[in-house]
Design a binder for this molecule. Structure first.
Ligand SMILES: C[S@@+](CC[C@H](N)C(=O)[O-])C[C@H]1O[C@@H](n2cnc3c(N)ncnc32)[C@H](O)[C@@H]1O
Length: 197
């Protein structure tokens, strides 16, 4: 694999990027799985976006979502530094405040309706940790491909563990066959593989 070259400098809150091991995992997964459509929730510094774009197959599409234009701009800047063949779409979806409890804030679902499936790979790394990433699966569930792979970053945190548990309960309730596991990559990642296909 080529040297990974799309990590931000410290001045761009480097800690907000995915880790290098997560980027390597994402690139290896895309190289093997060849997702035609990927969704990157939480553009941030653009590191996960670059990992997905760099290994997208010919004709592949990557959708990347953030709540603030400045992070989409960072994503565009990082993307311009790498070689890729993906068709990348940037979606601005401000967080909707559902009461005062930040754990219940989620991106405005209206812009997210522009994301066209079937989604083969969904990578969830936003919103920020103290918000609720659990809304990601209900939001995209009906657009997932029959063999979709879903990844939830930062699974070592209690909030993400609770969200991952709710995802498994939702799939079970909807009688959607799947397998799930916790991977010891970086800050922990939850993997769900849909097995309808
Ligand atoms: C963990 S970051 C996403 C990182 C991204 N996947 C990457 O690889 O660069 C999650 C979200 O937190 C938000 N965020 C990042 N840095 C922030 C900051 N300094 N202040 C406020 N929000 C921030 C952005 O909306 C970002 O998408």
């Amino acid at each position: 694999m080529d040297q990974i070259d799309y990590f931000p400098t410290a001045s761009l809150d480097a800690g907000m990027s995915i880790s290098r091991s997560m980027a390597e995992f994402l690139e290896a997964t895309c190289a093997e799985f060849k997702p035609a459509v990927s969704v990157d929730v939480g553009t941030g510094n653009g590191s996960s976006l670059c990992a997905l774009a760099r290994q997208a197959p010919l004709g592949g599409v990557v959708w990347t979502v953030d709540s603030q234009e400045q992070f989409l701009e960072r994503g565009r800047a990082q993307l311009s530094r790498i070689t890729h063949q993906a068709d990348v779409h940037f979606i601005l979806a401000p967080l909707l405040k559902n009461g005062t409890n930040k754990s219940r804030w989620w991106y405005n679902p209206v812009p997210l309706e522009n994301v066209q499936g079937p989604i083969n790979l969904l990578f969830v790394d936003g919103p920020e940790g103290f918000y609720d990433r659990g809304a990601a699966l209900p939001c995209f569930l009906d657009r997932l491909a029959p063999n979709a792979r879903i990844y939830l970053d930062d699974l070592k945190r209690p909030g993400e563990q609770a969200a991952f548990k709710r995802w498994k309960e939702l799939l079970t309730k909807r009688s959607i066959p799947f397998s799930a596991c916790h991977l010891e990559v970086a800050r922990g990642v939850g993997e769900i593989v849909i097995r309808k296909g």
